[in-house]
Design a protein around this ligand. Structure first.
Ligand code: GTP
Length: 721
């Protein structure tokens, strides 16, 4: 029995861990993936093996309890994750703070939020489907926040699962340097263990829930494959690590420690991504992936975190690095707001310093000082009160007035810093909403403002003409969830209008203007002349903004009128002349003008600017932009032709096609406006066998022949037809 031993997490805690500084023993991680890849199922096992829960509940499980991390009623019903829930557990003497992030594109802001505050991630990939459209999105997001990650190929128990083609798809579609650190023992239904290629040992997961990890020698019939894949691992590492390459070329033995140190360093430098595998559902492999979290992902101080220091006169910002040091002044980032049975909670990631119950924090946005009366560690919808927290950790605070994205600092105004901000994607869809009864008005307003504070991708506007409330967000489901939350949390019935696509307007050319607004007959006169130009504002893809610049030299226009011109410009871009949707990416430069001693006023300058804007906009090569979605369609192979024709009809352009087993997969960029009703069409020609997913990619110009239809629709709507 010497070569076989059983061990549980609490038995794997060497004494030296207790002598490490606390933050070295923290891992802030998130699990990200394409929808339905098994994030919740995986997290549930992590919590179970980490001793946090004593029972595993399946997603949409027969026990009707639902998975612990999906605690909102709606999540349980739909079997999808809507809000990220933060929790923590112990693994090998480390505290792992785990954020379960939603996979559905409509809740992409939750993923952004989680990644913004995490130091490492587990990228989950389905062993059958490989890299899917949203894997690309979460990969992009993880790269944006420079989150080192390990990869876990899940669902190896399923028919058709193949970790090696999943690894090929990672190499091809994500362009990452990866290699497996394990090979599976058995396949599909017979999958029952793993060979660790670093230790060259086999592992089996026994007990009712796979909690007993049994280590054995590598079974003879897997030895050759294990050696071959170990060599692939070493060669891949050798291609980025000269020390490993040297040892390999000189045929020197490479120790477990050397391999692990190389993986750890290159994983944290984003040069290498170790691939773990298993089946979360069948309780296999999760513990070894957790070992990977502790072994390869960084502790808080190993990851660089930047922010800005604001000068005392508020005029300058200097980039600074936060240090995971409890002795420095406290800096925390409020990354998520949540109202639950305990009240208003704010989740905070501590970047610097420490905080005790009863301390005061200063909110850099509201400029208010607030007392931290209660602090807690959350576990899905349960909480444990705590008395203090140190740099590197994540905690929740009660009753602090702030929005998500606010920076909280210690004490007073003298230490003014900001954490860098979060990327907020553009909303792509809108619909009108109204309470079904007048008496709901107050609660309706309260709900809208609460949701807006919680979610920066949820926007609320009032259509000035129709006086309708318009909500916009990341997709139909996103908006429907809020309507549903109004019903459940605020007991208000609401009526929703037809969803519409969020168009934008812009210009393509520079255009001068010289516009005189003059009304000098009868009563008080109006006189204002504005001279300047408008031009396209070049920004990164997916970023929208407008800019006003004052280039007026001398005193041809007094300052108060320049302010009126600026106001006139920003009011004009609110509603584009063609469709009524906002104008984006325009720079408006005021170079001069003329006033009249008696008849000029701020009002006249504002009106002049609005007319000048409308006229110049039409001369500057105007365009309507529409949201374009990355669509993935999976159909049985015989239906592929219909899938291709359907996408061409919807103005789609195909970006990739491939066969996966007996399924055909088609990737295409398709305008969102063309995707309404696609679910029904797909169901029809595949007899319910087809699947599709879509996510926002960018805004593209609408083809000229479509412009007229959109403009006509806008005019009809304006006339109230
Ligand atoms: N066969 C098999 N099924 C799995 C495995 N892991 C998860 N599933 C199933 O896949 C489905 C989706 O799993 P979830 O854990 O909800 O996936 P998710 O990624 O959290 O889903 P979203 O949050 O909605 O994106 C469920 O029916 C799970 O039971 C696995 O390893 N093997």
């Amino acid at each position: 029995m010497n070569n076989i031993f059983r061990f549980k997490s609490f038995m794997r805690t060497p004494m030296f861990w207790f002598s490490q500084p606390i933050h070295k023993l923290i891992r802030n991680i998130g699990v990200s993936a394409h929808i339905d890849s098994g994030k919740t199922t995986f997290s549930e096992r992590v919590l179970y093996y980490g001793g946090r829960i004593h029972e595993i509940h399946e997603v949409k499980g027969a026990d009707s309890a639902g998975a612990t991390m999906d605690f909102m009623e709606l999540e349980k019903e739909k079997g999808i994750t809507i809000q990220s829930a933060a929790t923590h557990l112990k693994w090998r003497g480390h505290q792992v703070n785990l954020i379960d992030t939603p996979g559905h594109v409509d809740f992409t802001i939750e993923v952004e939020r989680a990644l913004r505050v995490l130091d490492g991630g587990v990228l989950l990939i389905c062993g059958v489907a490989g890299v899917q459209p949203q894997t690309l999105t979460v990969h992009k997001q993880m790269s944006r926040y420079k989150v080192p990650r390990i990869i876990f190929i899940n669902k190896l128990d399923r028919m058709g699962a193949n970790p090696w083609s999943a690894i090929q798809s990672i190499r091809k579609r994500l362009s990452l340097t990866v290699a497996a650190v394990q090979i599976p023992i058995g396949q599909d239904q017979t999958f029952n263990g793993l060979v660790d290629l670093i230790k060259m040992k086999a592992y089996f997961f026994e007990g009712l829930k796979g909690e007993d990890v049994k280590e054995t020698e590598v079974p003879e019939r897997y030895m050759e494959e294990a050696k071959e894949k170990r060599q692939e691992l070493i060669e891949t590492l050798g291609s980025i690590d000269p020390e490993i390459e040297d040892l390999y070329l000189n045929e020197q033995p490479i120790s477990e420690e050397k391999l692990k140190a190389s993986i750890r360093k290159n994983c944290q430098d984003h040069k290498f991504y170790p691939v773990f595998m298993g089946s979360a559902y069948k309780n296999k492999g999760v513990q070894l992936a957790l070992d990977g979290v502790v072994d390869y992902l960084p502790a808080p101080e190993e990851k660089q975190n930047f922010g800005f220091q604001i000068s005392l006169d508020q005029k300058e910002e200097k980039k600074i690095e936060f240090k995971t040091d409890p002795k420095l002044p406290f800096v925390g980032y409020a990354f998520k707001l949540e109202e639950n049975k305990f009240g208003q909670l704010t989740y905070v990631r501590v970047y610097q310093g420490k905080l005790k119950k009863g301390d005061y924090v200063y909110n850099m946005k509201t400029k208010k000082r607030v007392k931290v009366a209660r602090m807690a560690k959350m576990h899905a919808n349960q909480m444990e009160e705590i008395n203090d927290v140190e740099a590197g950790d994540i905690f929740a605070v009660f009753g602090v007035d702030c929005s998500s994205g606010d920076t909280l600092v210690y004490g007073d105004m003298n230490y003014q810093v900001l954490c860098s901000s979060m990327f907020v994607p553009q909303p792509v869809m809108s619909l009108s909403i109204k309470p079904s009864k007048k008496e709901y008005s107050a609660r309706f307003q309260k709900a809208l403002s609460k949701f807006q504070r919680e979610d920066p991708t949820f926007n609320v506007d009032m259509d000035k003409e129709s006086e309708e409330i318009i909500i916009s967000g990341m997709g139909e489901l996103h908006l429907q969830i809020y309507a549903e939350r109004m019903r459940r949390e605020f007991e208000i019935d609401v009526q929703l209008g037809q969803p519409t696509v969020n168009y934008r307007e812009t210009i393509t050319q520079k255009q001068q203007f010289d516009y005189l607004h003059k009304k000098q007959t009868g009563g008080a006169g109006q006189y204002a002349k504005v001279i300047g130009y408008m031009e396209p504002l070049q920004l990164e893809e997916g970023q929208f903004s407008n800019q006003f610049e004052n280039h007026v030299i001398g005193t041809s226009i007094p300052n108060e009128y320049i302010t009126a011109v600026e106001k006139g410009f920003y009011e004009s871009v609110d509603k584009g002349p063609l469709t009524g949707y906002p104008v984006v990416n325009v720079r408006f430069v005021l170079e001069g003008g003329e006033t009249h001693v008696v008849d000029s006023s701020s009002n006249a300058f504002m009106t002049a600017t609005k007319y000048a804007f409308a006229q110049t906009f039409r001369q500057a090569g105007p365009e309507i932009l529409e949201p374009v979605m990355a669509v993935e369609i999976m159909v049985p192979a015989p239906s592929y032709q219909q899938a291709m024709v359907g996408i061409a009809k919807r103005r789609g352009s195909v970006t990739n096609t491939e066969s996966r087993g007996d399924m055909f997969v088609l990737n295409a960029d398709v305008p969102l406006s063309q995707m309404f009703g696609y679910a029904t069409e797909l169901r029809g020609f595949t007899s319910g066998q087809g699947e599709f997913s879509l996510e926002y990619k960018r805004h593209d110009p609408v083809p000229p022949n479509e412009i007229e239809t959109i403009v006509a629709k806008f005019k009809k709507h304006k006339r109230g037809q």
